[in-house]
Design a protein around this ligand. Structure first.
Ligand code: PGA
Length: 251
């Protein structure tokens, strides 16, 4: 049985009162017998508050980004050691908004993945194609390039097994238009096969999450797919009832 993860990417939303009320509601409503591992990615200023509210609960906390250096003259950046110090277990890396809005290259993302692993953080590594790339039938090539960059930075290929992969087609993020379960499954199977060529021992047990307009209405069909091991949820993670309902849809 692979680990199943329900992760909430809050992006740049919320304030301290919002964090209080959302986390109070989540801790009260996530069933104790849930088969999923629950995880939230609040903005940096709320990480300590979230850690405090979620102490002794099964909900883990991660950051939405980090730099690849441990410290130094990098104004405005946050390091893996700082996240570790705050008690973060996970870090989201290579989200499409980081790649496409902030110009992060696959190589930069890959160096962050290696740095996160060095600190004992679990990187949730996002990969995915734009609409143009999909139309040009470049989906697999794009994802392969994104993953190959990660392999190039790992100490050992099987270290990929210490990560979580999230397939997030760029055209499905925040658009309300999720990938169909069949389309997502095909890409997830490709990702597992590609990883298996370099790291055969860990490919089968690696959690691969789907992200992009996951909602209570489409989650069950997506999570029923063989190679989809949970979701990375954006908009719907900001509403406790939706997020919990999505998490109840795991197979
Ligand atoms: P969405 O975002 O669920 O709002 O589409 C997903 C994500 O960006 O991780």
């Amino acid at each position: 049985m692979r680990q199943v993860i329900i992760a909430g990417n809050w992006k740049m939303h919320g304030d301290r009162a919002f964090v209080d009320s959302l986390l109070t509601e989540l801790t009260a409503t996530i069933p104790s017998d849930s088969k999923a591992d629950w995880l939230i990615f609040p903005p940096f200023p709320f990480l300590a508050q979230a850690q405090q509210l979620l102490a002794n609960t099964p909900i883990a906390v991660g950051a939405q980004n980090m730099h690849d250096n441990e410290s130094g003259a990098f104004t405005g950046e946050v390091s893996s050691t700082m996240l570790k110090d705050l008690g973060c277990q996970y870090v989201l890396l290579g989200h499409s908004e980081r790649r496409h809005v902030f110009g992060e290259t696959s190589e930069f993302v890959a160096r962050k993945v290696a740095q996160a692993l060095k600190q004992g953080l679990i990187p949730v590594v996002c990969v995915g194609e734009t609409l143009e790339e999909r139309k040009a039938e470049q989906t697999e090539a794009v994802i392969q390039t994104q993953l190959a960059a990660v392999f190039a930075e790992l100490a050992e290929p099987q270290d990929i097994g210490k990560t979580v992969i999230a397939y997030e087609p760029v055209w499905a993020i925040g658009t309300g238009e999720a990938a169909t379960p069949e389309l997502a499954q095909a890409v997830h199977a490709f990702i597992r096969k590609y990883i298996g060529e370099t790291a055969p021992n860990v490919a089968q047990s690696l959690p691969i999450l789907y992200g992009g307009s996951v909602k209570p209405a489409n989650a069950a069909a997506l999570f029923a797919m063989e190679d989809i091991d949970g979701g990375l949820i954006g908009g719907a993670a900001l509403k406790a009832t939706d997020f919990v309902e999505i998490g109840q849809c795991i197979k």
